[in-house]
Design a protein around this ligand. Structure first.
Ligand SMILES: Cc1cc2nc3c(=O)[nH]c(=O)nc-3n(C[C@H](O)[C@H](O)[C@H](O)COP(=O)(O)OP(=O)(O)OC[C@H]3O[C@@H](n4cnc5c(N)ncnc54)[C@H](O)[C@@H]3O)c2cc1C
Length: 347
């Protein structure tokens, strides 16, 4: 692990939770080599395995979920570019993404909920010659850096048919970023809405022609890396609790059990990412996402108990209040816990 991760990121974690970074966070993640993890070497990456991506996000989340969330967004968008069937777009965007000069966001919540039968698609694409004219709003997207970003989104062709996934760029006419959303935490993540008004999108902007067909291929890394946030946060919280637990035997035992349970699920996730089983069996990945969300809740509850009332006093339990806010985000990021429980029930 890098010195920056182990010695410096933790120092700025509270600041990253409460406001925009005072430094180039994305550039720093790239300088540490983290944006290149798991990208094929031939494309400028480190050639690592998919599990390395989840492990990298977890290592960052141990210190700051805000920083991990930016890394997850950047790496998930980069993965869509890597796996795109549009080599020209890949050649155009990937180098700047890996170097952290250009940010990538994934605005696929709405599309995933649409495919789960939860809500209608919010972006409409009307034919205009050999192009589409796209209108609508992406109400939440992370990593929308003011200096420049691309965001991946699925659009609903007005005549019907498969849902294309396109890359929309801040510098395209008709793309507008809102001010940062007034979040209770994770404020260093450039989370904003994107409004699209008559944005002309052509074949050069296409990431893939059919989201439904593409999802089994791209979802494992997207979701596996997202699980990295839960892993890092749960580990950080258990570690903080262990430092505080002293001689309380009952709590000690619960902490040991929680740690072992967490690592069993982590091992299963990492192995599944590398052997490719989640493409054909998304339910197994969904169950791990749910289990890891529970590990986060349990870890936070144990950290709270280890500190007792002191945890409720400002500045007494280092990082606890931030982790509590970070943990509140874990169940609601798409695919949300509620959504996955519903989808697993349908099976
Ligand atoms: C800090 C932050 C950053 C985000 N970044 C991104 C991003 O980068 N990209 C992106 O695409 N999105 C992003 N989002 C959006 C996020 O992923 C969710 O889409 C968003 O929180 C709203 O989804 P929801 O399911 O909570 O909302 P709602 O659709 O309002 O649902 C509310 C609750 O009801 C449940 N529910 C809804 N419909 C049903 C149903 N039919 N049956 C049972 N339960 C149901 C939901 O799961 C949820 O628990 C972000 C959100 C936050 C808070």
């Amino acid at each position: 692990m890098t010195t920056w991760l182990d010695e410096e990121l933790g120092e700025v974690a509270d600041a990253l939770d409460s406001g925009p970074p005072a430094f180039d966070l994305l550039g720093r993640l790239a300088a540490e080599g983290l944006t290149r993890v798991g990208v094929p070497a031939a494309l400028g990456g480190d050639g690592g395995a998919p599990s390395d991506v989840a492990a990298a996000v977890a290592a960052v989340a141990r210190h700051s979920v805000a920083a991990a969330f930016v890394l997850w967004s950047q790496r998930s968008y980069a993965e869509l570019v890597v796996q795109s069937d549009n080599p020209a777009l890949r050649a155009r965007e990937l180098p700047a993404l890996l170097e952290g000069r250009w940010a990538g966001g994934v605005g696929l919540s709405n599309a995933m909920k649409f495919l789960g039968g939860i809500e209608p698609l919010e972006l409409a694409a009307r034919p205009d010659g050999d192009r589409w004219r796209v209108d609508g709003v992406l109400p939440w997207v992370t990593n929308l850096r003011g200096q420049g970003f691309s965001v991946a989104a699925a659009v609903q062709p007005v005549p019907g048919g498969p849902l294309p996934v396109v890359a929309l760029r801040l510098d395209q006419p008709g793309v507008r970023r809102s001010p940062d959303l007034p979040l209770i935490g994770l404020r260093g993540c450039d989370v904003a809405a994107v409004r699209l008004q008559g944005v002309l999108v052509g074949p050069e902007d296409r990431l893939h022609a059919d989201l439904n067909a593409w999802l089994p291929q791209v979802r494992p890394l997207f979701l596996g890396a997202q699980c990295g946030m839960s892993i890092g946060l749960a580990r950080a919280s258990l570690f903080a609790a262990q430092k505080r637990v002293g001689r309380r035997e009952a709590l000690r035992m619960r902490l040991a059990e929680a740690g072992m349970g967490l690592e069993v699920d982590v091992a299963e996730l990492l192995q599944g990412l590398d052997d490719g089983r989640f493409g054909a069996d998304p339910a197994a990945l969904f169950r791990l996402r749910l289990a890891l969300a529970l590990h986060v809740q349990e870890a936070l509850a144990l950290e709270l108990q280890a500190w007792g009332g002191q945890a409720y006093l400002e500045g007494q339990a280092p990082g606890f209040a931030r982790r509590w806010r970070e943990a509140a985000f874990i169940p609601i990021i798409t695919p949300s816990v509620a959504q996955l429980e519903m989808q697993l029930l349908k099976k």
